[in-house]
Design a protein around this ligand. Structure first.
Ligand code: URA
Length: 439
């Protein structure tokens, strides 16, 4: 068949074929996606197709065709050619309190490796990385590609909004999946993430695949499957891909909320961050440095990342980066919530559980995230979780602190955060933040 010929698409037949457990001809699937991107297939048919995929899955060849079609739906970037360097990139499948890129970028930039990231806003418990950065006064996320490349040359670091021209089919399909209960489908997630990474021109990619209650992937087995599919897409496209499978049963670090997370990322860059978040940032940094053109291995990458934190060069790079994008890096200028309320421990014991999703929902209710694309985000509100799984507490200790815009929302959030904690007599089994590495 001739691709790109709108007369050839028969969405109803493809929906029926998938519903009945069949496999699509890759060329037909490509055409379906390109036609959808051109507004020639209505949302209701794509929604039905996504739901059929939920129940029937996609073969490797179909996932590949879907990814290629997503990339072909828009423009692509070649940051490597623009910079004359090997380009490394990082992506997370998303979780509660995930501010990794904000801390990671300045560390690897201080080690001499540029990180240029395009981010989305998305819906979620807190805003996306762009919203978090916009809690810094003056920070500008809308840079042109030329401005981004110039900043990467000068400062080694840029995080900008994804241009509408890059992978438009994913933008449309992801928004549709979001409101049709079809986000958590492994091949669709793999293709969505990898199409964006490949279109942005990364040569090597570190993927943070979150696992647990606050993540799309609830089990290690599902996370391994997603990691495997993303690696396969990347490897076929000639890219190097490592997946870190990381714990999202509890929030990452302590801070959940936009300005609170920026503050915590900055603390981590200067060596004063929470242990779990620091470990994840250093692990991802060492893998990115090992993939870079510095010619170092993971151990030497780790040593250099730790050094950049210890000698202040990472913090200095953070400040230069924020200023380059128009922001003021002084943490005292971050928006702060008017009302702060402690969440006291109801009894002595050990924290056996801190449900990520419940804390995320509490932050969302406070106004830190958005339910629909049009919702505004309150940068100041959120939750600080002082006690994490395995910590011993005494009755009355502050488990957490709620940052709210008024008393009523604070009271509701205190209750919700308290319900997210389980305190028992015996310490839960210990494990680190990185549960597995698929490389
Ligand atoms: N993140 C993405 O970019 N796409 C998905 O489908 C899920 C998470």
């Amino acid at each position: 068949m001739r691709i790109d010929d709108p007369a050839m698409i028969r969405p109803a037949e493809l929906i029926e074929q998938k519903r009945n457990g069949g496999a699509h001809d890759p060329a037909e699937l490509t055409e379906l996606i390109l036609a959808y991107a051109r507004d020639e297939v209505p949302d209701y048919q794509m929604a039905a197709w996504c739901m059929a995929v939920y129940f029937r899955g996609l073969t490797g060849a179909e996932t590949q065709a879907l990814t290629d079609a997503m990339i072909r739906s828009g423009e692509t970037l070649d940051l490597g050619a623009a910079l004359g360097r090997k380009v490394v990139d990082k992506h997370s499948t998303g979780g509660v309190g995930d501010k990794t890129s904000i801390a990671l970028g300045p560390i690897i930039a201080a080690c001499g490796v540029p990180l240029g990231k395009m981010s989305g806003r998305g819906l979620g418990h807190t805003g996306g990385t762009l919203d978090k950065l916009e809690s810094i006064p003056g920070f500008r996320v809308e840079l042109t590609t030329e401005e981004m490349v110039a900043q990467l040359r000068d400062v080694g670091m840029a995080i900008v909004g994804q241009t509408a021209d890059l992978v438009p089919a994913d933008k449309k399909l992801y928004a549709l999946r979001d409101v049709t209960a079809t986000v958590d489908i492994i091949p669709l997630i793999a293709s969505s993430i990898m199409s964006k990474k490949l279109a942005a021109g990364a040569d090597a990619i570190v993927l943070d695949v979150k696992v647990g209650d606050g993540a799309f992937m609830k089990t290690l087995d599902d996370a391994r499957e997603l990691a495997g599919q993303m690696r396969e897409i990347g490897t076929r496209a000639g890219r190097e891909v490592t997946c870190l499978l990381t714990d999202m049963d509890q929030p990452l670090g302590r801070a959940v909320g936009n300005a609170l997370e920026v503050d915590e990322a900055r603390d981590t860059i200067r060596g004063d961050g929470p242990a779990d978040f620091t470990e994840l940032v250093l692990e991802a940094a060492s893998r990115l440095l090992a993939y870079s053109d510095l010619g170092v291995d993971v151990d030497e990458g780790r040593r250099r990342a730790e050094q950049a934190v210890a000698d202040g060069s990472a913090l200095e790079r953070y400040e230069r980066w924020v200023r380059a994008q128009g922001g003021d890096p002084d943490p005292a200028l971050l928006e702060r919530a008017a009302v702060r309320r402690p969440v006291p421990a109801p009894r002595d014991g050990v924290v056996t559980r801190l449900a990520a999703l419940d804390v995320g929902n509490a932050a969302l209710e406070l106004g830190a995230g958005r339910r629909t694309k049009a919702d505004p985000v309150d940068h100041a509100v959120g939750v600080l979780c002082f006690a994490k799984r395995g910590d011993t507490v005494l009755a009355g200790d502050d488990l957490a602190e709620v940052h709210a815009r008024d008393d009523a929302s604070a009271a509701r959030a205190v209750e919700a955060v308290l319900a997210a904690y389980e305190i028992g007599d015996d310490a839960p089994p210990e494990h680190g933040i990185v549960l597995d590495v698929v490389a």
